[in-house]
Design a protein around this ligand. Structure first.
Ligand code: SAM
Length: 461
């Protein structure tokens, strides 16, 4: 019976991944099960060096809460929106208010619990520069509201931001289609505006505040749950429409709705999270319990906000822990380069006369921004196909944004020629690090690397 179920599961997984591959038009790859390390991505045609292997869409993703003051991006595809002036003005506005978008390092100031700041996969931000010239409020607001135009910004057009239809004033989009897709995928349940479909906007506000104060990974977990509930409701409605003679049990529909998330998960958050350097081994049990309690508080708040009786199974601590654990082990950093950086580089590259004229206007803004002029959009996201890629310290592929990649999708490029049937691997860490450091970092992902480089290095240590 067990093996029959396993075979059924395998067929369902194959079907799911084949559909995704077709929808992404990346037919040169397939997802296969490897007996020792689970799923893996394999080439089924040859790739040349620098060739695109996969452009994977986000299943659920967030911009880090702390990054929202740095960049105004579409809440669904994470493309920059507004205008160069608006991006610069908004950033200077927050800077003048003393709100910095630094991703970490401020826990001591905020007095937060050490453990809750931890997010194993988070990248480092540039940090805020204290040495900057402050511009007068009027100058900053005229940039934000479009009264001041900077030279050559028409070379960097950005889509006008569209406000969330639910009225939350929190989510903005680059297009109507992104607004609709986000509403249908999860935002209708997680919107704090008046047209929200949550059961308590107040509780939702509390849940969001708790996540922002502790760990914004909870916002991503909420998206995964909202996504599943809305998918379940849609599938149920379609099922009723078809007037199916044999009505599918609700539990089976929920399992089907849940598949895109459940297919990726492996371990509970409090079991797989790496022990931070400053937590003593003897305190490990207490640390893991603290993490579990934190998840429990967050889940209770979420339950009050969006609970659905028919989807009750989704609101167990076990499932919540597994969803966050899945993000911990599978997520990729979501990074979108800033058009503001491109803009200032463009000005710098102008012929001397034009450059001098332009810089007379732009220089005060660049000085006021300081090092932060190039801050990119940063977040974390789960990508269904990319997350099947295994690690190697001598990878044949990498996640890399090209000039034309202006949104949050994961772009995987061949580092060298990859032959048919070869496994496509990426590096989860900086593979240039010494052997012991690499192994220590990979232990956070729950494995010890046995790639050819590690085997060679291990014999010489
Ligand atoms: C992003 S997932 C990769 C896909 C995964 N194999 C699966 O079945 O879903 C990361 C997990 O895959 C496994 N993994 C990835 N690379 C590995 C490697 N080189 N050796 C052993 N396990 C690996 C580890 O369990 C890791 O936590």
């Amino acid at each position: 019976m067990d093996s029959v179920c396993k075979t059924d599961e395998k067929i369902a997984a194959d079907e799911y991944f084949n559909k995704l591959i077709t929808s992404r038009r990346c037919n040169g790859i397939e997802v296969k099960l490897n007996e020792t390390i689970g799923k893996g991505v394999y080439a089924n045609s040859e790739f040349q060096e620098d060739e695109l292997i996969l452009k994977d869409q986000i299943l659920v993703g967030i911009q880090h809460s702390s990054n929202k003051v740095d960049c105004l991006v579409c809440s669904f595809c994470f493309r920059f929106v507004g205008s160069i002036e608006k991006q610069i003005g908004r950033k200077l506005y927050f800077k003048n208010l003393g709100v910095s978008g630094c991703c970490d390092g401020d826990s001591s100031e905020s007095g937060e619990d050490e453990c809750v700041k931890y997010n194993g996969n988070e990248v480092q931000c540039g940090g805020s520069s204290s040495s900057h010239n402050t511009l007068p409020e009027g100058v900053v607001s005229s940039l934000m509201n479009g009264e001041t135009a900077l030279p050559y910004t028409d070379m960097f057009p950005l889509p006008s931001p569209i406000s969330c239809h639910g009225g939350c004033q929190e989510a903005f989009y680059c297009s109507e289609s992104c607004a609709e897709a986000d509403w249908e995928s999860s935002h209708s349940l997680l919107c704090t505006g008046e047209r929200s479909e949550s059961i308590s906007r107040e509780a939702l506000g509390e849940f969001i505040k708790h996540a922002n104060d502790t760990n914004d990974i909870f916002l991503l977990a909420a998206k995964a749950i909202a996504f599943t509930i809305l998918r379940y409701r849609k599938m149920k409605a379609e099922h009723v429409d078809k007037k199916a003679k044999q009505s599918e049990p609700k539990q089976l529909l929920l399992l089907e709705a849940w598949k895109p998330v459940s297919i990726g998960y492996k371990r509970r958050w409090w079991d797989c999270i790496a022990l931070p350097d400053d937590v003593d081994l003897s305190d490990e049990g207490a640390f893991r319990m603290q993490i579990k309690n934190l998840a429990c508080t967050s889940l209770e708040l979420l339950k009050t906000a969006i609970f659905d009786k028919e989807c009750e199974a989704l609101f167990s601590l076990e499932i919540y822990g597994n969803i966050i654990g899945m993000f911990e082990l599978n997520n990729l950093d979501l990074v979108v380069a800033s058009p503001v950086e491109d803009y200032f580089l463009y000005i710098d590259d102008l012929p001397d006369t034009e450059k001098e004229e332009a810089e007379e206007i732009t220089r005060p803004f660049l000085d006021a921004l300081g090092d932060e002029y190039s801050d990119c959009c940063q977040g974390t996201a789960f990508f269904p196909l990319q997350s099947c890629m295994n690690h190697s310290c001598c990878p044949n592929a990498k996640a890399f944004k090209r000039e034309e990649d202006k949104d949050g999708q994961a772009v995987i490029i061949a580092l060298r020629c990859i032959s048919e049937k070869e496994e496509v691997t990426i590096s989860y860490i900086d593979e240039e690090l010494p052997y012991k450091e690499r192994q220590a970092l990979l232990a956070d992902y729950g494995f010890s690397c046995k790639c050819s480089k590690c085997l060679e290095d291990s014999s010489s240590v």
